[in-house]
Design a protein around this ligand. Sequence first.
Ligand code: CAO
Length: 458
Amino acid sequence: MASRKKAPKAKGRRQKAEGRRQKAKGRRQKAKPGWGKFGKALDGVRILDFTHVQSGPTCTQLLGFMGADCIKVERPGTGDITRGQLRDVKGADSLYFTMLNGNKRSITIDSKHPKGKEIIERLVKACDVLVENFAPGTLDRMGFTWEHVHKLNPRMIMASVKGFGPGPYEECKVYENVAQCAGGAASTTGFREGPPLVTGAQIGDSGTGLHLALGIVAALLQRNRTGRGQRVLCAMQDGVLNLARVKLRDQQRLKHGPLEEFSQFGEGIPFGIAVPRAGNDSGGGQPGWILKCKGWEADPDAYIYFITQAPVWEPICDLIGKPEWKTDPDYAKPPARLPRLKHIFATIEAWTMTKTKFEVMDICNQHDIPVGPILSMKEIAEEQSLRDTGTVVEVDHPIRGKYLTVGNPIKMSDSPCEVKRSPLLGEHTEEILTKVLGYKAKEVAAIKASGAITPAEK
Ligand code: CAO
């Protein structure tokens, strides 16, 4: 069989991969705390983190992973609403909160209290970036308009996530799935015969947080030249559309004929006026589909994504027991295969169903055939290589105990990331008042008595 013929090449590849793993392990060991003589990429950058829920916190957590000092301002008594949402451990901050707010300090301030406003003004002067994702108009109502902030600190970068940019919907409140729908992703996700579908990846919230982080870093670089801060705005609709840009590509291609890589084409079903839902079609120039593997009857994740990449068509034919397809004019060349994709994938599936997804992965990779096992979150949580790279990290929390979080997916050779647990509500209030803002003990006592950092008396 072809797989046996190619085995030495595969062995070499596995050895190289093992070598790379060992090297990476060595680097990580060096990158433990105490190393990093060059510090971290964003050392010295101080963030006034006025974010809540998911989109904003994703952004500031990433900046925190890169060394920024994130000072999270929370409402006294309750804090970020997610502290109490989807709670799994009684009395402890939820995983929703803890997994989005690592590497931050928490200060409680009532932003509507006169003394609270005064503290925030001092924070504006002491920080480099203000990040917020309140509903439209909220920050203005608190008195922190861009004009006011810019006057207080002309170097301040003020970065916001909103649901929509300027236009008919700019005043709307927006959550993840609203953005997925309004950004064009949902209309193109799911199966043709079914309703639009949202995806589990938080492309609206976390996706926009990522965009915002890039905008902030670019604004910091520009400030080095100009000495001026600027406004950075990311609308969730725009962020989702940016991630779904290939679908806007397809919308324009539709004018010039059917989308031949969609299985709908092969099935002879006419296209309408807009890009249809493509099920598990690949969306790129190399057809792909999700196929059942051994055990699929009992295991909902016993599937693999299989790509029939043109350069490896011949090994695919050999593997699945169809060597004659290598020369058959109906199958040999990619254009000839397009109308037959359904049959081709059904034939490949008859083969994948005889193997586990990991066996398929192993065999196919020996031939450079790109495949992707459907990994469950359980498998991800237990995957050692993700732990080794610091992508999945276990941290300890004084109330909830150990929990898993996702570390920095951006690896930087000179900027080691230490993932720290999320702060308790107001854990650093006093520390920030005295050490960052320079309040004296007597002033702190007066602030405490004023009710600006503690819940209002009922
Ligand atoms: N002290 C006192 N008041 C505070 C405070 C503090 N430290 N922090 C917040 N508040 C107040 C605000 O001033 C606001 O009061 P007003 O309405 O009286 O001005 C109030 O809390 C609520 O803030 P909000 O309007 O931002 O929050 P919401 O729960 O009503 O809406 C959300 C939530 C997410 C829909 C909205 O913030 C939003 O659309 N944000 C922009 C888009 C976004 O980021 N969405 C992603 C959310 S994650 O799926």
